[in-house]
Ligand binder design. Structure first.
Ligand SMILES: [Cu+2]
Length: 168
């Protein structure tokens, strides 16, 4: 496991707690400064606001089926693979488990915020291991991104290769 990553995540969590505490302090009263607060004061607010879960070493996700370049018919049965960590429903905090997100014809725009929930970012928050996906005829890309209990990508991001399928 990457020690630096864990430290960063822990620091971000600590900073978040401290920022929350500071924001409640009356404006005419200086917030209580701690060494930890001072150390992390330079972090960007975005990094501090959404602590990411450190990815377990060696964890990976992959699309078992269909295969890259395969011609398929809709609905397409997509089978999700995961190694080196587990699956857990959304909402259940677990540093060594997450849930799958299937990205269709898109890619992850921002790994520091929760994965959007829309037609091209499909959440499997019940820890599902496969899905039946309706796709229009033509070429489509599919990619898996694992999210933590708050749908935030792990750090570093655990994502599959992006595959292309041809729908008849
Ligand atoms: Cu999700």
């Amino acid at each position: 496991m990457n020690i630096k990553t864990i430290t960063a995540a822990t620091a971000a969590a600590a900073t978040l707690a401290l920022l929350a505490a500071c924001s409640k302090a009356p404006e005419n009263e200086a917030p209580v400064a701690t060494a930890d607060h001072a150390d992390h004061a330079a972090e960007t607010p975005a990094a501090a606001a959404l602590p990411r879960t450190a990815a377990p070493a060696g964890a990976k996700v992959f699309i078992v089926s269909p295969k890259d370049g395969e011609t398929v018919s809709s609905p397409v049965k997509v089978v999700f693979g995961i190694e080196g960590m587990g699956l857990a429903p959304a909402g259940e905090k677990n540093d060594t488990a997450g849930h799958h997100h299937l990205l269709v014809d898109t890619e992850l725009a921002d790994a520091t915020v929760p994965i959007p929930a829309d037609a091209t970012h499909i959440h499997f928050g019940k820890a599902q291991t496969e899905a039946s996906v309706e796709l229009t005829p033509g070429k489509h890309t599919l990619q898996l991104v694992l999210g933590d209990y708050l749908h935030i990508p792990f750090d570093p991001v655990i994502e599959s290769e992006k595959i292309t399928v041809e729908v008849k």
